[in-house]
Design a binder for this molecule. Structure first.
Ligand code: 5AD
Ligand code: SF4
Length: 444
């Protein structure tokens, strides 16, 4: 390839978004330049997600669109979870694709690029048996204030519905030293918020002799000078220890927000899902957080319509929502995935029934959020300013609890506030965001 332009399109979770940032950094370091449209690019990369729905079909449809819209002479690369899942089948169904690589092979990306440049029409990276993590000094971050840091890749659990262990391979933790070095470098580049990433951050185990657990690493990242906020995602309840809550209580740089996916409120369904915790175990973790000194915001993920989920099981989930009163939740209709244990389970729930259940979950949760957000009216929250909504004449802020708080500021648009931390008084509350007024004209 003489024309070294590339376009990348990304789907999926934050891990995927961050992988794309690393891929972009690696490509730029290899002399490529990023362009905004597939038409303008010589190399088109598509970073895919296969967590739910007919992911594969969507990928082939999009690849077809790319081909038709952009004409001949381009190199197409499919990376991410669908690449790992479908492997060489992608070449059969989309012969215009030249590179298929899963995330566990990205450490080999520079070599794969050389092969592509040499005109190789079938470059493959699908090996999951890697002990390596994709650490790269060349990450190109999308957000100027908040940065992702991967601390652990892969997943060793085997939840019956989940494709991730098959697409991202076994768990590999990074050394604490390399995580802290990256955090310090980010602070030096004026980043103030860090989000630690992993499919299951709680099972982080420092491979160096220090052998830190997740709570220790979290606390230490929160002590890096210049870092004002640290978040983490995502947690598996089985491995979520009390020491994490203690760390949040003790270290104000750690955001008072925990995303703890429960998936179901039914003991029976949790068992069938192979989640490795009981409802009692889960509720104990909720208690730790509710009893904490800081006001910890709790959010979750719910799956409705898992095979065999009865009306009584579903009612258990609704009861759990009332009991915990989450600040927010993501709800999903169960979607059968290849290779997973649940695909062979009987008692599939009809699509209309899944739709009915998810609607009920969302309506209930909406009422809970209106109530909980209203409790914040009159309170003062510190926000990190993320941008401005010109149409509404409001700045967009995010609280430590991860709520969106849009606010007006006395000096209107006079000074750029993006990236600053400000105290804001909450004046109104909706189900998904808050509205407020900045408490000062100066800047913290
Ligand atoms: N069907 C529906 N939802 C799923 N999730 C994971 N796999 C599936 C599936 N097969 C949801 C879980 C998980 C979130 C990231 O996606 O709730 O926590
Ligand atoms: Fe999607 Fe899961 Fe892969 Fe993330 S890890 S991109 S959510 S399939």
């Amino acid at each position: 390839m003489t024309d070294k332009t590339f376009y990348i399109e990304t789907f999926g979770c934050q891990m995927n978004a961050h992988d794309s940032e690393k891929v972009v950094g690696t490509l730029v370091h290899s002399g490529y330049s990023q362009v905004e449209t597939p038409e303008a690019a010589a190399l088109v990369l598509y970073n895919t997600c296969s967590i739910r729905d007919k992911a594969e079909q969507k990928v082939f449809h999009r690849l077809d669109q790319f081909k038709r819209a952009t004409g001949k002479g381009k190199v197409f690369a499919v990376i991410g979870c669908v690449a790992q899942q479908e492997g060489e089948r992608i070449f059969e169904r989309a012969p215009h694709v030249s590179l298929v690589a899963g995330s566990a092979s990205y450490t080999k990306l520079p070599e794969m690029l050389v092969q592509l440049e040499a005109g190789n029409r079938r470059v493959i990276g699908l090996n999951l048996e890697t002990a390596e993590t994709f650490d790269t000094p060349f990450t190109r971050r999308d957000n100027p204030h908040r940065a992702y840091i991967t601390i652990i890749e892969g997943c060793d659990k085997s939840c019956a519905y989940c494709v991730v262990p098959f697409t991202r391979g076994p768990e590999r933790s990074r050394t604490s030293e390399s995580v802290l070095r990256e955090a310090a470098e980010l602070a030096a580049s004026r980043y103030t918020e860090i989000q630690l990433l992993g499919q299951n951050v709680n099972s982080y185990r420092d491979p160096s002799p220090a052998a830190w657990d997740f709570a220790t690493l979290l606390d230490r990242v929160g002590r890096v000078p210049g870092i004002r906020r640290v978040r983490f995602t995502t947690s598996h309840p089985r491995d979520f220890g009390k020491s994490i809550v203690d760390a949040i209580d003790e270290n104000p740089a750690l955001c008072n927000h925990v995303h703890l996916p429960v998936q179901s409120g039914s003991i029976r369904v949790l068992d069938r899902m192979q989640r490795l915790y009981t409802l009692g175990d889960y509720m104990r973790r909720i208690e730790w957080m509710k009893k904490a000194r800081r006001n910890i915001s709790i959010t979750t993920d719910i799956i409705v319509g898992f095979p065999g989920e009865t009306e009584a099981d579903f009612q258990d989930t609704l009861r759990l929502l009332d009991e915990v009163e989450y600040d927010s939740l993501f709800s999903f209709k169960y979607s059968p995935r290849p290779n997973t244990a649940a695909i062979a389970m009987d008692d599939k729930i009809p699509e209309e029934e899944k739709t009915r259940r998810i609607t009920i979950v969302q309506e209930k949760q909406r009422a809970i959020q209106i109530r909980r957000n209203s409790d914040l009216i009159g309170k003062i929250e510190e926000v990190l300013v993320e941008g401005r909504n010109q149409a509404l004449g409001q700045w967009i802020g995010r609280t430590s609890q991860n709520r969106t708080l849009n606010f007006t500021h006395r000096d209107a648009a006079a000074e750029p506030l993006t990236g600053k931390y400000l105290p804001v008084q909450v004046t109104r509350a909706g189900p998904n965001s808050l509205v407020g007024e900045s408490m000062q004209c100066g800047v913290m």
